[in-house]
Ligand binder design. Structure first.
Ligand code: IPM
Ligand code: MG
Length: 369
């Protein structure tokens, strides 16, 4: 029986609460599934800053680099608003993405049938929604140099961020998107701003070339990123896979998340290139943030965190059946009208973070008995 090593980084705010629920799910699969899971925890974000004065320690970086998968909660909060830029909580997450070379960020936006009324869009628009956003995660304006603020000495300052992409970065993320499309509805929309940005021009040229050479069977559409945002709220079901750069992906995935009812529902997988042994470095995290306003109140929705472990089962451990089982357990709990505060609607039963975990575990027992 394979034994997998997980490295847990709960982080800040609601991170530790939702991680605690994910751990119960991980334990369940360790006891009832075809593999066992060992895990260690580390500190990231504000928690790491408080302990070590950095956003992630070298020791924890090493654990992340050597684990079979990193399970990440959330980072940040007003408490750390004034820490040095390089030690701000987000820097821990960005370093993990960069050093682990996690260039492919998969953000599925699925509207569970029971939640079609919880979306801010009309039910008819989101029912059955199933989009995969593929976000480039290690390039673009997030990491481009120079990135600086210069004092011009005349009472003015000048700030620069650099949006930069090379061919190989676009090629490899395009392949991820096309490969996923082949397993889904076979359509890719590539979003950029070729009408304004040179990176957009190169992006669309390279995506077209990869398509021509390797993926003629997949349908490809180029869409301007602003139009893509508009189409996501106008008629989201037109999309299957959306592939886009780091910054547009950040924004478009938040939009897509809201379509599903709550930001508390969206998981993500960040994957590196497959090595010779077929293994890839991977980090799994909810798309939402650390929600410091509700931290410690047992109000957080643990579903995005738990569903991130579903993605780990699927993409790191080749446990597709177990992933399906966990997805069904989540869907059933929602169908049974249990809701955390973020999803609460009239006629539903409000539950706490750990009660949501209890309900998903009970459903796993039921489904597997
Ligand atoms: C996300 C987040 C991060 C990002 C922040 C926390 C740095 O918004 O994962 O979408 O901008 O990538
Ligand atoms: Mg974001």
């Amino acid at each position: 029986m394979p034994a997998y090593k997980l490295f847990l980084l709960p982080g800040d705010g609601i991170g530790p609460e939702i991680m605690a629920e994910a751990v119960r799910i991980i334990d369940w699969f360790g006891e009832n599934g075809p593999a066992s899971f060992e895990y260690e925890s580390g500190l990231v974000g504000g928690a790491a800053y408080d302990a070590y004065g950095v956003a992630i320690s070298e020791e924890d970086m090493l654990s992340a680099m050597t684990a079979d998968a990193v399970i990440f909660g959330a980072v940040g909060g007003p408490k750390w608003d004034n820490v040095p830029y390089d030690a701000r909580p987000e820097a821990g997450l960005l370093r993990l993405r960069k050093d682990m070379k996690l260039f492919a960020n998969l953000r599925p936006a699925i509207c569970y049938p029971a939640l079609s009324e919880a979306s801010s869009l009309k039910k008819e628009l989101v029912e059955g929604l199933d989009i995969m956003i593929v976000r480039e995660l290690t390039g673009g304006v997030y990491f481009g140099e120079p990135k600086e603020i210069t004092d011009l000495g005349n009472g003015q300052k000048r700030a620069v961020d650099t949006q930069v992409y090379q061919t190989y970065e676009i090629e490899r993320i395009a392949r991820v998107a096309f490969d996923l499309a082949r397993l889904r509805a076979g359509r890719v929309a590539s979003a950029e701003k070729r009408n304004v940005m040179k990176t957009g021009v190169l992006w669309s040229e390279v995506v077209t070339a990869v398509h021509e050479a390797e993926y003629k069977d997949v349908q490809l559409e180029h869409i301007l990123a602003d139009n893509c945002a508009m189409q996501l709220v106008r008629n989201p079901r037109q999309f299957d896979v959306i592939v886009t750069d780091n910054l547009f992906g950040d924004i478009l995935s938040d939009v897509a998340a809201m379509l599903t009812g709550s930001l508390g529902m969206l998981p993500s997988a960040s994957l590196g290139e497959a090595g010779k042994d077929g293994k890839r470095k991977a980090l799994y995290e909810p798309v939402h943030g650390s929600a410091p306003d509700i931290a410690g109140l047992e109000k957080a929705n643990p579903i995005a965190m738990i569903a991130s472990f579903t993605m780990a089962l699927r993409y790191s451990f080749d446990m597709g059946d177990e992933a399906d089982l966990l997805d069904s357990a989540i869907a059933n709990v929602l169908a049974n009208d249990l809701r955390t505060a973020d999803l609460m609607q009239k006629g539903k039963t409000e539950v706490t973070t750990s009660q949501m975990g209890d309900a998903i575990l009970a459903e796993l027992d039921l489904l597997s008995s």
